[in-house]
Design a protein around this ligand. Sequence first.
Ligand code: C2E
Ligand code: MG
Ligand code: MG
Ligand code: MG
Length: 291
Amino acid sequence: LNARAAEPYVRLYDHAADPHRPERLSLMGDLKIAIEQDALELAYQPKLEPRTGRVVGAEALVRWTHPRRGFVPPDSFIPLAEETGAIRHLTRWGLRRALRQSAAWAAAGHDLRMSVNLSVRDLGDASLPDRIDALLAETGLKADRLMLEITESAIMGEPEAAIVLLRRLADRGVELSIDDFGVGQSSFAYLRRLPVREIKIDRSFVKALDETAQDQAIVHSIIKLGHSLGYKVTAEGVENGASLNLLAEMGCDLAQGYYIARPLMPGAFADFLASHAAGGIPWQATLREAH
Ligand code: C2E
Ligand code: MG
Ligand code: MG
Ligand code: MG
């Protein structure tokens, strides 16, 4: 499966050889300021149950508009933040922001599970469970309304630390999701020692699902494997209605992707929920036709 990875998994960064080093250092300084000044935003991408059409959750994705450079994609600053250790501040900020948003949705009558991404460096942050406890107490949310997404590669980078920390979090009822499943060096020897709730099939297998027989075979196998291990299975990167219908037929539990909705800022997310409730979303017609 490794050969199928569309993007390099771990971006090795050689400081000494990097001609843009000063630029990267200034970017990291700017990120630190943005975190301190609460200038980052979170976008929320809905998670849909393909068989019922219900929206049951959202994934929080960080968004940074740099004062001079404009939009900086997470794939370009998260790896740098991991190197410098700034990621721990970003994660704490993101958890607080996401759980407060989740509490606001709950108050408006929307019971949605919130997914937040963790990085490999967060696995060494022994204070994380206490921080999460405090945030759950502050927001009044139940622990199982929070799901933490972590990639296989991150877990395999620090497997023993990952097992200790992730078990501590699961003991509280927080749920665990394995992100980008299928492109990392998965080791079932470690996975079976983790309280996994969900696996997310990497979008490289999903984006052309409707027209690629091999991807269909892979996705169907991952769904069956996940179910036989007791996991929920989410497909990420669903870009068309034919793929969404295939996922429904294959028994995939949840789907995310541009076809359903892009990551949305809070106001747009509220509009999305409202038009979804009113039945005004194109994929709802697609799903009805399939049944
Ligand atoms: P991820 O956790 O696997 O998130 C999914 C990415 O796929 C997001 O990119 C999302 O916008 C994008 N996506 C969703 N649906 C589609 C689709 O149908 N087609 C395509 N082509 N892409 C789709 P984004 O927001 O740029 O984030 C990229 C990665 O950066 C994330 O991958 C995650 O690893 C990391 N990331 C984002 N926000 C955070 C954060 O707050 N903390 C941490 N630690 N990592 C984050
Ligand atoms: Mg994710
Ligand atoms: Mg992913
Ligand atoms: Mg990814």
